[in-house]
Design a protein around this ligand. Sequence first.
Ligand code: AMO
Length: 436
Amino acid sequence: MERSFISELTEKDNNKKVLVKGWVSEIRSLGKVQFIVLRDKTDSIQCVAHKDEIKEDIFNKISKIPIESVIEIEGKIKTSKQAKKGFEISIHDLNVLSESLTPLPIDTSEKSKTMIDKRLDYRFLDLRRPHISAIFKVRSKVFNFISNYFESKNFVSINTPKITAGGVESGAEQFAIDYFGKEAFLAQSPQVYKQMFVLSGLERVYEIGEVFRAEKSHTTRHLTEFTGIDFEMGFIKDENDVMDIIDELMKYVLKEVKEKCRPELELLNVKIDVPKKIPRITLDEARKLLEKKGKKIPEKEDPDPEAEKLLGEIVKEKYDSDFVFVTLYPVEKRPFYHMKPKNNPKVTQSFDLLYKGVEISTGAQREHRYEVLKQQAKEKGIDLDKMGFYADIFKYGSCPHGGAGLGFDRIIQRMLNLENVREAILLPRDPERLTP
Ligand code: AMO
């Protein structure tokens, strides 16, 4: 007999013979009747064994099966008013494929109160809980929606090296590694490469890949290895073209999640709001809005996480949007490769995107004119010509361009209202965690 997945079974299958396989969530023995709650990757179902209807040895072994053992059950679908689904499986035969050890190192029931650190130590068991695996089913779908979006807009998918000789972001954030006796670094952004391949003539590129940051941050937003969604596009008018893409991307992704991840959203008790248009406010305007609510941001400072959270709330009330673009960050706070507007050399044509009060993206129009870029680098104490191939890419025909990087893990965290970004990634890496 072919295996059925639990979610495929319906009341209409009454009396149909089925074979199901999965993990044991629960066993209840009530004398002459015993219940097994069996779980596969799709759902759970109650299976029932009546002492006088099955072989004695099968009936007797049920109460001894440890929770989380893997079993297969052959039986018949029977409608039942008491069963949660309105039907159950009446067991004819049962086979234990692998007995679980006891006790389990963590509680795998939905009521589990195990702390996140212990859960991450046993992540493979943590995912036995349907509302935890639901996070990763949504994440997988979102990954596809994002690729679909970029493909539909004629972006070319690229894969760039993660072992590098150095990047263009702040050097302090790089992990140094020993590369056959030479010093190398794990890429802390595909920035140089995405610009390189726009200027190669591909014009529009994107990459969804690992990004490494040697930041000793113990926050709910920071990882040392995260998944970045980076894109870059040529022949833009200005940074608004980049924001237009993100605006459309986020709306598309949220609409798709809302439609295609219904069971997971229900399990996670998450409601998705798709914004009409993501508002764009300048950093100066953001400062004023925050000040009105009693939060003053010093002139030379960026909003801190607390201010970003408050700004998220202000924007939700004012524009009914979970998102907001904050634009025109000061030159001091941005890397040398951001373009400056003609009429204001103190700021950059850059933006951050906040989602429910947390930064999920940074982007900008880039300076593509070699001489200007060289000057801007110099102002930050960097010699562009010492940056090797990065300087070269601007010398042989370079078009106006811009792009952004989005944090995939943070997007999932904000979307699903998870407390910590570590909940949104299977195996997080942070300053304290290198295993499993
Ligand atoms: P930035 O450094 O702002 O920009 O990174 C882009 C986005 O990546 C996410 N992010 C993180 N997520 C988890 N843990 C971290 N430690 C972490 N650091 C960053 C955030 C952030 O918005 N080259 C530019 C992008 C560009 O201009 O195209 C860059 O890397 O969501």
